[in-house]
Design a protein around this ligand. Structure first.
Ligand code: NOJ
Length: 555
């Protein structure tokens, strides 16, 4: 795996997201772990993925399920050991699968040695300079230093008994680091070397857009509402997407380049515009970035085409490949988003889907969306369970909810537990093969009883299943010279239908209109999201075609 190839793997890879707590439990404690991942490598190999991104596995009190790291050079005992992580990397490589862990540089855990030292050393100490401690406002300092709010609800500041306040853009257990401090740079570069030296192929960079805060930590001011129909604009923000953040990643790129083979960083960066996102993936910084514009787009042909065009144009301008993402561990699973009629499926509370669910509609569109994203130029992320067509679990009892967002929003936002329910592998009853037969504990979140229909075992060999659709699509994608990295040309179609050609000889058609769409006569169906009858593509269906002599539309 260490030889650099001509086109690096990450330009066209299918990267499977392993949410480690919920993927497979080897130890029987009801929580997924490294042993579980190792036991399922043959499954991932047969699915046909090129790499896995593993959500944080470092030592952590788990206040935000691993996104609160107390030791970046240790594996949490819930998940295993560093030795097991090394074994996993070696075994995955033997299966031809790359391994990309998740690094969390914006904040540590409040149990990290640095934060504990900062608390012990007191106000004004050098130990506090690695984080963002400030005195409060008002005569007694009882008001927070500014009006910033936590992403999980409530103020972004917590006051200590000694009077100082500290910043946490997420939970209070996740204090923000101060990236003006040289120790912070040195520490993370060393942590990268620690893991690259153990063979990992890259990192997913958590909250990449949040590391740099504006000098003086100015108050947030109201942001102008986007004007419908007008291009989005970048608006300066005191703690998101500040220009200076790129210097940090230029240094990280140099660290990655010290190691042989193609290592890859993927940025979790939320930016106002595609141009701003592209800045993260210029040639001397990170390699790729998640395409959240695609993930948040409505099931609407025009909107999707605009996202595709803008993404390819802006990323192409800096020489980076696009990525295509439908779901992850932070958002409502897409069969449940797409299963709501109209564009409103994303509106309202960020994690609470709107309106009544039509599950059949959701699956129909999810199958079509899979073929769309796997045919677009670039790399694709598959969130564990999307290959099984898992829906969001929207009826988790309040008593089992664990996401800090649920508590911190005063139970107004259900949080993200509904997309994190442990995977169903086999059998008729929970834990559906997620844990071994002699497990001592139930899965950490309850699985719906109906998931016996959705297990890997139940879907394997059923040509109508979502799993077999993904397997077939990944097989074709790997074999077909037109797919993966490259370009596309749109074909002339009526409103609501997306069709594009990729050379040589490949066309993808997605019908988002209400009317059936007749496929070109000189084509052969390679794969459909549903059977194609009488040469006609139904509503919310997609198809991959082998085709000769089609003319692209004018751009
Ligand atoms: C983004 C991660 O995807 C999310 O799960 C986490 O809660 C926040 N960053 C904070 O680290």
């Amino acid at each position: 795996m260490s030889q650099p190839s001509k086109a690096p793997w990450w330009r066209s890879a299918v990267i499977y997201q392993v949410y480690i707590r919920s993927f497979a439990d080897g130890s029987g404690d009801g929580v997924g772990d490294i042993a579980g991942i190792r036991s399922r490598l043959p499954y991932l190999k047969s699915l046909g993925v090129d790499a896995i991104w593993i959500n944080p596995w470092f030592k952590s009190p788990q206040a935000d399920h691993g996104y609160d790291v107390s030791d970046y050079r240790a594996i949490d005992e819930l998940f295993g050991t560093v030795a097991e992580a090394e074994q996993l990397v070696a075994e995955a490589h033997r299966h031809g699968i790359r391994v990309v862990p998740d690094i969390v540089p914006n904040h540590t855990s409040d149990q990290h040695a640095w934060f504990r030292a900062a608390l012990a050393a007191g106000p004004g100490s050098p130990e506090r300079e690695r984080y963002i401690f400030r005195p409060g406002l008002g005569p007694d300092g009882t008001l927070p230093p500014n009006n910033w709010v936590s992403e999980f609800g409530g103020p972004a500041w917590t006051r200590l008994p000694d009077g100082d306040w500290y910043l946490h853009l997420f939970a209070p257990e996740q204090p923000d680091l101060d990236w003006n401090h040289p120790d912070v740079h040195a520490e993370f570069e060393d942590v990268l070397r620690f893991w690259f030296g153990r063979g990992v192929d890259g990192f997913r960079v958590d909250v990449a857009h949040g590391l740099v805060k504006a000098p003086g930590l100015p108050d947030l001011t109201p942001r102008p509402d986007p004007v419908p129909g007008e291009p989005r604009r970048h608006v300066d923000h005191p703690h998101w997407d500040r220009d200076e953040v790129h210097d940090i990643f230029r240094a990280w790129r140099k660290v990655a380049d010290e190691f042989p083979g193609d290592r890859c960083f993927v940025a979790e960066a939320w930016a106002d515009t595609p141009e701003r996102l592209a800045a993260y993936v210029r040639a001397d910084t990170l390699h790729t970035a998640f395409n959240f514009d695609f993930l948040t787009a409505s099931w609407d042909a025009e909107e999707l085409r605009t996202v595709v065009d803008d993404s390819l144009a802006m990323l192409g301008a800096v020489g980076a490949p696009a990525t295509w993402v439908l779901s992850n561990h932070d958002v409502v699973r897409h069969p449940s988003r797409y299963g709501r009629r109209g564009a409103g499926h994303w509106a309202g509370a960020r994690y609470a889907p709107d309106g009544p669910l039509d599950p059949a509609l959701g699956i129909r569109r999810a199958r079509a969306a899979a073929l769309l994203s796997l045919a677009l130029p670039g790399s694709v992320y598959v969130y564990q369970g999307e290959e099984l067509g898992l829906p969001e679990v929207e009826d988790l009892p309040e008593s089992v909810r664990q996401d800090p967002m649920w508590e911190r929003t005063g139970h107004t936002d259900p949080g993200r537990d509904g997309c994190r329910v442990p995977l169903p592998w086999s059998g008729q009853r929970t834990p559906f093969g997620f844990s071994p037969d002699d497990a001592t504990a139930e899965p950490w979140l309850p699985q719906p009883a109906s998931w016996h229909e959705l297990t890997v075992e139940a879907q394997t060999g059923d040509p109508a299943s979502v799993l077999e659709l993904y397997r077939a699509a990944l097989r074709l994608r790997r074999a077909h010279p037109a797919l993966g990295d490259g370009t596309l040309a749109w074909l002339d179609t009526p409103p609501g239908v997306l069709a594009f050609r990729r050379d040589p000889g490949f066309v993808c058609v997605v019908n988002l209109s209400a009317a059936p769409y007749p496929l070109p006569g000189d084509s052969r169906v390679l794969l459909g999201s549903a059977p194609v009858e009488d040469g006609v593509l139904g509503t919310d269906h997609a198809v991959w075609l082998e085709i000769q002599d089609v003319q692209p539309s004018t751009p």
